[in-house]
Design a protein around this ligand. Structure first.
Ligand code: MLT
Length: 266
């Protein structure tokens, strides 16, 4: 899974692009990078054109501005499609913040999407309290670095089962967080704090959708994803046992079986 370097309007993006036909784009969560999708790349890159960008300020992609709204990231994805010469509608998969970005992408470029997968994500925006905490976090990360964020966030991402049986996944995730730039993390935190509430728009997203959630996800719990699925006109909901917020990384076999079926039927 070797990313390539794209320069788009003088900005550097690091993007995995396996080549081949039928594009599927995977969007990582906060504050991670393309490596969280390793098991999906392994499972699908031989049969599909698997595209996995690092969002601005994460992995190998350069930070962009002080606040990156979800719409800014969605616009970046559209630019990456253009740069890669992708004309046809794409299947899009997003985890958590990646899902927030997919909602904006759908709102802006619906004709460029064939089907959508939300993993461990939500349609609601932040409460005033959460939004305020994000602003504080953004300032803290920029003045003090990312160590505290990494320490507090890691235990919330994984189920007890993963923490016990797969410490290497936790170590890899920690490394991905450490690769993110403080300014990239701060910009994303500020952008999430001002994102809009998509619940009123879900009924308009009339395209095939698949929702996947780890049963032990404490950040975006299954009940919240179930209600998101209920509000989408063409959605199925899947709950993955023994997985937390990082279901595609924690339970790749179960996740990939669901994805395989969804991709095949589109
Ligand atoms: C993520 O995994 O992208 C974050 O948990 C999203 C969030 O903080 O809302």
């Amino acid at each position: 899974m070797q990313p390539k370097r794209l320069v788009i309007s003088s900005r550097v993006f690091s993007v995995v692009d396996s080549g081949g036909h039928k594009p599927i784009l995977f969007v990582h969560g906060f504050p991670l990078d393309h490596t969280m999708w390793i098991h999906q790349w392994e499972a699908f890159h031989a049969d599909y054109r698997v595209i996995i960008p690092d969002l601005a300020g994460f992995g190998g992609s350069a930070p962009a501005k002080e606040t990156m709204t979800m719409a800014d990231y969605a616009d970046d994805l559209a630019r990456i499609y253009d740069e890669l010469g992708i004309q046809e509608p794409v299947i899009m998969v997003g985890l958590s913040m990646g899902g927030y970005i997919l909602l904006e992408f759908l709102q802006r470029f619906k004709d460029r999407v064939q089907g959508v997968v939300f993993c461990d994500s939500r349609a609601a925006n932040d409460s005033a309290e959460v939004a305020k905490a994000r602003q504080i976090l953004a300032n803290e990360v920029q003045s003090e670095g990312t160590q505290k964020l990494v320490q507090t966030m890691i235990p919330k991402l994984f189920s007890a089962t993963t923490q016990k049986l797969a410490p290497e996944k936790i170590a890899d995730t920690r490394l991905a967080m450490q690769r993110a730039t403080p300014s990239g993390i701060a910009a994303a935190a500020r952008g999430m704090a001002v994102r809009r509430d998509f619940r009123p728009f879900l009924a308009e997203f009339n395209l095939p959708a698949c929702l996947i959630c780890g049963e032990d996800d404490v950040i975006t719990p299954p009940a919240e994803m179930q209600s998101m699925a209920d509000a989408l006109p063409q959605a199925t909901f899947h709950c993955i046992p023994q997985a937390g917020h990082m279901a595609p990384l924690e339970a790749p076999a179960a996740t990939n079986e669901i994805l395989h079926e969804f991709f095949r039927d589109l």
